[in-house]
Design a protein around this ligand. Structure first.
Ligand code: NAD
Ligand code: G3P
Length: 353
């Protein structure tokens, strides 16, 4: 992560990508899709920012009231944001298409819209998680769902949607195997309230964004069980190591895991009550069932589905992940939270390495 003033960059504060862009579509009209749409619309007042929604009533409400009434009702949206339920119209002629559909629904969703997407249009993915069954990352789901390679960047970091809406200072990482695309994303989104760090470590950025959601559920469980601050700090440190062990074996770079999209997002999601994944954990630790928790939420907590994929990957890559595996066991009902803590505390005493 390089925030130093002395870092020379030929691209620093270059707004040419933003200036040449005329239309951007966002697939998925939830809280994060809406927040990132808002940043773009604020960056350029005559940019056509269209959110592709499923529900006619939600789209009409957004167009009439300039608010996302379901997910971010308190915030008024810039007038150059509009909603559409017509995928063909929304996705035609875009400079960029942003993907903000939850991970488990993405493959099917993409197969349904692929014919309306120009194969040359860069896709920018905001979704964080792993697909159950396949264990695929979004950088694998997107080409598979579209049935072709598409220019792709993934965006991940400590970025609560509501704080973006409030214009609070935020940093995100844009990762692409194509460095010039990552730089384009930086130029498109960069502003006085959003720093965009570029990276070519797609695997590192995606895996840390996906696995931190599982760790945040664990942190929430510790909170809900009232196990104290010592336990919380030890749990998160152990979880960070487990993410490093698995992601490292899968090709992630250590400096990515230590950076803003790794440690930064882990700290945010594990320690701050705005996190939906942490909230799931708090409620489970307080004695609610998973059915009760999910039944009362109208937003996605990606860590719930990703936990099972992490267990499969741990087996595939032969790494022992006691904390992340325990989360999956609690979620699938094989173990209660107190037993999981007891089991972890009775693991063999080990050297700190
Ligand atoms: N909210 C945040 O602060 C935040 C921050 C960073 C990343 N993310 C990630 O962004 C992704 C989206 O999260 P969100 O917060 O916008 O979720 P959300 O729960 O607020 O909204 C989900 C959106 O997806 C749509 N959707 C659900 N199933 C769909 C389907 N089958 N087809 C089409 N659309 C469907 C819903 O209608 C809704 O508009 C997640 O992967 C999340 O982890 C969220
Ligand atoms: O609310 P959560 O737990 O889905 O977390 C949102 C973002 O991923 C935080 O960066």
């Amino acid at each position: 992560m390089r925030w130093a003033a002395f870092v020379e960059s030929a691209h620093a504060n270059d707004e040419s990508v933003l200036q040449s862009s005329k239309k951007v579509a966002i697939m998925g009209g939830g809280s994060f899709g809406t927040a990132m749409a808002t940043l773009l619309a604020r960056n350029k007042a005559d940019l056509d920012v269209v959110i592709l929604m499923r529900n006619e009533d939600d789209a009409r409400a957004l167009n009439e009231e300039h608010r996302n009434v379901k997910y971010l009702p308190k915030y008024s949206l810039p007038v150059n944001i509009r909603a559409s339920t017509d995928a063909k119209e929304a996705l035609a002629g875009c400079d960029f298409i942003i993907h903000a559909v939850p991970v488990q629904q993405s493959r099917k969703f993409l197969a349904g819209v692929k014919d309306y997407i120009d194969p040359k249009t860069p896709m920018l993915c905001l979704s964080k998680g792993l697909e159950t069954g396949t264990c695929d990352m979004m950088s694998e789901i997107i080409p598979s769902g579209l049935g072709r390679d598409q220019p792709l960047a993934v965006l991940s970091g400590p970025t609560f949607a509501v704080e973006l809406m409030q214009g609070l200072p935020t940093t995100i990482v844009a990762a692409s195997e194509d460095e010039s695309l990552a730089i384009s994303v930086q130029q498109l989104f960069g502003s006085s309230c959003l720093r965009v760090n570029t990276s070519t470590d797609v695997t590192g950025v995606e895996l840390s964004g996906a696995m931190k959601n599982v760790l945040a559920i664990a942190a929430g469980i510790v909170e809900g069980l009232e196990l104290g601050n010592n336990a919380m700090a030890a749990l998160v440190a152990q979880g960070v190591a487990e993410i490093r062990w698995l992601a490292g074996k899968m090709g992630a770079r250590p400096e990515t895991l230590a950076g803003v999209s790794g440690t930064g997002d882990i700290m945010l999601t594990c320690f701050v009550n705005l996190s939906r994944n942490r909230t799931v954990g708090v409620r489970l630790g307080s004695g609610e069932t998973l059915e009760e928790v999910l039944g009362s939420m109208n937003q996605v907590a990606e860590g719930v589905a990703t936990a099972a994929a992490v267990v499969q990957l741990a087996k595939r890559y032969r790494v022992h992940l006691p904390v992340l595996t325990a989360v999956a066991s609690i979620l699938d009902g094989h173990m209660d939270a107190k037993t999981a803590v007891d089991k972890i505390m009775h693991l063999p005493q080990v050297p700190e390495v």
